[in-house]
Design a protein around this ligand. Structure first.
Ligand code: FES
Length: 73
């Protein structure tokens, strides 16, 4: 099985609405697919361009961001 690794993306400054339910077709951004679930998107305001590591393994405790938990798989 291939090792899970975070997906790094650089976002511009500004407000971003990030998927936390894993259903979006526009990852890492929310597309409204969480409707009807208990999940809600994470809204982040970035003061400057920022590189973020996104969880792709589903075990992070701080979704949608990677917290290094993939190393324990
Ligand atoms: S990819 Fe790192 S915690 Fe999921």
């Amino acid at each position: 099985m291939p090792e899970a690794v975070p997906l790094k993306t650089t976002l511009p400054a500004g407000r971003h609405t990030l998927c936390c339910c894993g259903r979006t077709a526009n990852a890492p951004f929310c597309d409204g697919s969480h409707e009807g679930t208990d999940s809600s998107p994470e809204i982040v305001d970035l003061a400057e361009e920022t590189t973020i590591a996104w969880c792709t393994c589903g075990t992070s405790g701080v979704t949608p961001m990677c917290d290094g938990s993939h190393r324990n798989l």
